[in-house]
Design a binder for this molecule. Sequence first.
Ligand code: ATP
Ligand code: MG
Length: 250
Amino acid sequence: MNCIIALSGKGGVGKTTLAGMFVRSLVELGKKPVLAIDADPNSCLADMLGVKVRFTIGAARETVRDESEAQKISKQELLRMKISQGLVESSGFDLISMGRPEGPGCYCYANNVLKLAIKELSDQYKYVVLDNEAGLENLSRRIVQTVNVLVLVSDASNAGLNTLERLYSLASEMRIGYGKLVLLVNRTRNGELPEAAQRVKENTKAQKILALPYDEEIALLAEHSKPVWDASKDNEIYKTLRGLMAEIAE
Ligand SMILES: Nc1ncnc2c1ncn2[C@@H]1O[C@H](COP(=O)(O)OP(=O)(O)OP(=O)(O)O)[C@@H](O)[C@H]1O
Ligand SMILES: [Mg+2]
């Protein structure tokens, strides 16, 4: 049995940064191999992990359409080949990027392709970290069958915390299945949970809520497009998330 950890939350709250830290933590805890999935069409996870994407599943869709007739093999088979070619292999983790479907056509198709890819790929990995675009769309499209750990990310503002509650309600309404719910309140002023956090934890029945401070080192890495591996081992965010990953892995 593998463990799928999916991050969701509103725009710009730090999902991709924290997803990168999850991957790093799992790799450094020896919980390998990890599959990182960038399900955001505006892919950024590769940069965060310091790897280059050769092509995305969105791009594969276009070539499959043109090539399958020429090569006389089924689209499905060709897609499988493309997906494995699109997999970026690094030490301890691999990455697959959804990208955006190019040219005219249905977005759902790329989504179905990703679903197939994830289903086939996931079984080969102990841990899967899924970074989503803002909102719950990817989860509601059932990109993964079941999520073991759903991580909802917010900033420390009251509006951000209210959004967490709304995301939770949405997840319940859409019957998104998960084993555990973890809330991360990112970029807090002093690394402490804001006052309203306890209420949010109770209302969402989350197993855990953690505060992550605004962090100069993280901000500086972003300014210079540096990957999460460049953050020091005693970076507060890294230490907290490594602890969280160790708990989840138990
Ligand atoms: N704890 C933190 N301290 C300082 N800066 C942070 C912290 N967390 C994230 N950031 C910065 O906030 C910005 C947004 O982060 P990120 O891209 O990870 O958010 P996101 O939720 O994935 O955004 P999107 O919704 O666009 O995918 C980045 O510049 C990142 O470096
Ligand atoms: Mg992101």
